[in-house]
Ligand binder design. Structure first.
Ligand SMILES: N[C@@H](CCC(=O)N[C@@H](CS)C(=O)NCC(=O)O)C(=O)O
Length: 199
């Protein structure tokens, strides 16, 4: 049994999208979280050690951190093709993009958003927005999806950034076409419907 601990319009929304792409059976448990505007607050029902979302529990085992959850789920459901398995020629690129997402993309866009990108320590450690934009654009100029011909969990991560705030991805028609292509996926529509709080 899979249970996703979720709060609307947050990083757990894209895990719903991935689960919907997989056609997986899961329980969705809404929890409250501390929001940037000061509303909300930690929820006792949330098993995440920092009371954040997403948190996934599978047969009693807890997985947190979005990229770890993506890898866990795509390994659990290898036949969905949403994450290349070991032995697949795209496995190396898949692991690289997952780690790059958590270790470079999120820090770089956050630092940029906070207006601290001129700090040489940050750019030395994580790189800069220009290089990150080039990496994403280069991948999308080469193929319809980040890893190649097929949609994967990496596309869920990258596209959901722009669904949150279009400025988080490079401004280029190639990216606009990619977002349109990905935005038409039925699983995304189903996820959007489930994102809301139950009435
Ligand atoms: N690195 C974590 C970040 C999780 C995170 O910050 N989630 C936000 C929602 S988007 C949250 O739960 N915030 C509540 C809080 O900071 O207490 C991941 O990718 O899973």
């Amino acid at each position: 049994m899979l249970t996703l601990y979720h709060a609307p319009r947050s990083r757990s929304t894209r895990v719903i999208w991935l689960l919907e792409e997989m056609g997986a059976k899961y329980d969705l448990k809404h929890v409250s979280i501390k929001r940037p505007d000061g509303s909300g607050g930690p929820d006792k029902a949330n098993p995440h050690p920092d009371k954040k979302v997403p948190a996934l529990v599978h047969d009693g085992m807890l997985v947190t951190e979005t990229t770890a959850i993506c890898l866990y789920l795509t390994d659990l459901y290898p036949d969905t093709g949403l994450g290349p398995r070991n032995g697949d020629k795209h496995r190396g690129a898949y692991l690289t993009w997952l780690a790059y997402y958590a270790g470079v993309i999120e820090p770089v866009v956050t630092i940029d958003f906070a207006g601290m990108s001129a700090n040489p320590v940050f750019s030395r450690l994580w790189g800069n927005r220009h290089d990150m934009d080039d990496r994403i654009l280069g991948a999308l100029k080469a193929s319809p999806f980040i890893l190649g011909a097929h949609f994967t969990a990496i596309d869920v991560l990258i596209a959901s950034m722009a669904q949150w705030n279009r400025d988080l991805l490079v401004d280029d028609p190639v990216v606009d076409e990619y977002l349109k292509r990905v935005g038409e996926r039925p699983a995304l529509q189903r996820a959007a419907a489930k994102d809301r709080l139950p009435r």
